[in-house]
Design a protein around this ligand. Structure first.
Ligand SMILES: C[S@@+](CC[C@H](N)C(=O)[O-])C[C@H]1O[C@@H](n2cnc3c(N)ncnc32)[C@H](O)[C@@H]1O
Length: 231
């Protein structure tokens, strides 16, 4: 491919990523946008050096090795906002096998199903509302990559992620730096910590994420006896 064409494709990928950031968390607009992006999403984010899924999966691997009694093959993981399944592919590479996913977008979820790394992938699940399709305390680890980002999901979605994660289990999430600051993500983490819903086990600050900007990577633990949702 000649240089001009490559530059044009990279520019187009950057524009699509930027366009995804101005959807105001509106479920209908997000679903519409990702319907159109599903077919070229992986190529676009690859062009922009997106490494969030690798970091999140490797953190899950470290958490299992350091803290969990079960083998990787027996660890149940929920991939919240799984998109086309990039995180699932990385988790599988690391030996995890019990993977479920969900996404707002049917087209992104369908791509994830086709990877065949997940047991179940649900579509039309909105993280900005209650995860009513999911029982409490069923996952050892819940991962959420590229979703706490501009124009997508509010920090208060953490509360539902904590609910579906079992006591002493973990939530692993990326937050794009500009999002974390604009949405006061850390304040929400603190609020939930004060309410006994989760505890920060680790935060990798300003890690590599995408060429344009870094992210913080959060490892949050659900306490042994969670106090329930914050008031
Ligand atoms: C940037 S992509 C990240 C996908 C995947 N986790 C990854 O790292 O490649 C964001 C995903 O979040 C989904 N999404 C956006 N808003 C959502 C919401 N409110 N509830 C659930 N998923 C949502 C989009 O459909 C999209 O698949």
């Amino acid at each position: 491919m000649n240089l001009d064409r490559q530059t044009a494709l990279e520019e187009a990928a950057r524009e699509r990523i930027k366009a995804s950031h101005v959807l105001d968390g509106d479920a209908a607009r997000l679903a519409h946008f990702y319907r159109g992006w599903a077919s070229s999403y992986e190529l676009d984010v690859d062009r922009e050096g997106y490494c969030g899924p690798t970091v999140v999966a490797e953190l899950a691997g470290a958490v299992q090795t350091a803290y969990l009694a079960n083998d990787r093959a027996a660890i149940a993981i929920l991939d919240a906002g799984c998109g086309t399944g990039l995180v699932g592919a990385q988790l599988k590479r690391l030996g995890f096998q019990l993977l479920d996913g969900f996404d707002l977008s049917e087209e992104m979820a369908e791509k994830a199903r086709k990877t065949r790394v997940y047991r179940h992938v649900k579509a039309n699940v909105d993280l900005n509302g209650p995860l009513s399709d999911y029982s409490s305390a069923i996952y050892d680890i819940t991962v959420c990559c590229g979703v706490f980002t501009l124009g997508h999901v509010r920090p208060d979605a953490l509360c539902e992620l904590a609910r579906v994660t079992r006591p002493s289990g973990f939530i692993i999430a990326s937050t794009r730096k500009s999002y974390a600051q604009a949405a006061s993500f850390e304040n929400e983490v603190r609020r939930l910590q004060d309410a006994g819903v989760l505890v920060t086990a680790q935060c990798l600050s300003d890690g590599k994420y995408v060429a344009e900007e870094g992210a913080h990577y959060w490892v949050l633990r659900v306490p042994h006896k969670a106090s329930g949702p914050a008031g």
